[in-house]
Design a binder for this molecule. Structure first.
Ligand code: ATP
Ligand code: MG
Length: 422
């Protein structure tokens, strides 16, 4: 490798991260705007937390035996000797913020949303990155299973506004502190019998966190786990009632779903409802949205006893299946001829921009032909030409670049015809 290409390689974006360039970024903006609009229609407010937090926040919140904490965190020691972690998920930060700012004193339920980058040391591949982006919502202080159904309905409302089709909603209940121990026992017993056929990781999980065996991506483990006992057969009366009512509310919304008793989700803190929206359109990284309830999390943080529920959507996966068209840009290119016209053009551009017209002025002196060539290269929709004669008259030619038709008018008339033609 030449020195030059070596240097280029060293300066390239880190594996598992990527640039979102103009051309693609408009699609992101559109999806983000749709998410904002949808969530605000349901009464959610944005809550922005920092990108890094104390490592123990995730150890405690995400769970010490979760894959995220065990294998995927970007943890570093800062110059003050503190252990910090780039957030791998958003929920612990929201819980911290609620406790820290006593947001629990506000009328409940609290409904928050957020969009931003998350960081996990995952194996980079299609649909799996190390810096990826999530759209996240959280509700705190609502026990009623109607909210479980409402957030799923809200997720679908967003998905359909982005023309995402061919999805399936998987739901489960992972029980609670009361019913999980008996289930763990039954699951452990069965897993020990089959431990020969499980991967090393799953063998470890038998003791630490047996539910998570269902989350293993190894095919043989998945096949073995097929015959394991089902959590839905072990739910206590409260969890069972919650699960039944939750599904009845999904029916109210007319949302089809499938009960998947092996759906456990990757994080340790879930109680009762767990769900995922998967797509049949992309290969193995097919979970677009994952969520569930975490009724004990806030209390375990030393905060108030406030139940919680939420979901996170993966932006990259979402955009790979969304039918979003970037809106066409409508730029007016301002061509000037000579120094006087340049100054007048600069003021004119200000008037156009105040009127909401995207206006491009370039500062390299050019002749008319060069200006037109450049306007066409930048994809401008219109060109306004400012020359000495035009300045004197106060009327300027307006060229429509797609039809080639040229008209003439005062700045006001130009603004009007640009607006009329969208
Ligand atoms: P997976 O089983 O695919 O690893 P997960 O259970 O780790 O998913 P969650 O923690 O539930 O994922 O995150 C919610 C959503 O974020 C996922 O459904 C997915 O769309 C997205 N996501 C998670 N990890 C990544 C990643 N490394 N790259 C891109 N998107 C991701
Ligand atoms: Mg994962």
């Amino acid at each position: 490798m030449s020195e030059d290409s070596q240097a280029k390689k060293e300066l390239a974006a880190i594996k598992g991260t990527k640039d979102i360039l103009p051309g693609e970024v408009e699609i992101w903006q559109k999806a983000e705007a749709a998410a904002r609009r949808t969530f605000e229609l349901y009464g959610y407010r944005e809550l922005r937390a920092p990108v890094f937090e104390a490592t123990e926040l995730f150890e405690k919140g995400t769970g010490e035996t979760s894959d995220i904490v065990l294998k995927e965190m970007y943890t570093f020691t800062d110059k003050g000797g503190r252990s910090l972690t780039l957030r791998p998920e958003y929920t612990p930060s929201v819980v911290r913020a609620i406790v820290e700012h006593r947001l629990d004193l506000l009328p409940q339920p609290l409904r928050f949303y957020y969009m931003g980058p998350m960081f996990r040391y995952d194996k980079p591949q299609k649909g799996r990155y190390r810096q990826f982006h999530q759209i996240d919502i959280e509700v705190f202080g609502e026990k009623d299973p109607a909210i479980d159904a409402e957030i799923i309905e809200m997720a679908h409302s967003l998905l359909s506004s982005l023309n995402v089709t061919e999805t399936e909603t998987l739901v489960n209940s992972v029980g609670c502190k009361a019913c999980r121990p008996a289930y763990h026992q039954a699951l452990r017993a069965e897993a020990r019998l089959k431990s020969e056929s499980l991967c090393d990781d799953c063998r470890r999980k038998i003791d630490t966190n047996p539910l998570r065996i269902f989350d293993c991506k190894v095919e043989t483990c998945r096949a073995v786990a097929e015959d394991f006992p089902r959590i839905t057969d072990y739910l206590c009366a409260e969890c069972s009632d919650h699960f039944a009512r939750f599904r009845a509310y999904l029916d109210v919304y007319g949302l089809p779903y499938r009960v998947d008793p092996r759906l456990v989700r990757g994080l340790d803190y879930y109680t009762k409802t767990a769900f995922e929206i998967v797509t049949t359109k992309i290969g193995s990284q097919n979970a677009v949205c994952g969520g569930g309830r975490y009724d004990d999390m806030m209390k375990e943080f030393g905060g108030p006893d406030l139940c919680g529920i939420g979901f996170a959507m993966g932006m990259e996966r979402l955009l790979s299946i969304a039918g979003i068209q970037a809106p066409p840009r409508k730029t007016l290119y301002l061509a000037y001829l000579g120094e006087e016209a340049k100054k007048a053009g600069m003021s004119l551009a200000g008037i156009f921009r105040k009127a909401g017209i995207e206006c491009l002025v370039e500062f390299k002196d050019k002749g008319l032909k060069a200006h037109l060539g450049r306007a066409s290269k930048t994809g401008a929709a219109w060109v306004v030409i400012v020359g000495e004669d035009e300045l004197k008259k106060g009327r300027y030619p307006l060229k429509d670049m797609s039809s080639g038709i040229q008209t003439e008018g005062t700045p006001e008339e130009i603004m009007q015809s640009v607006k009329d033609r969208g």
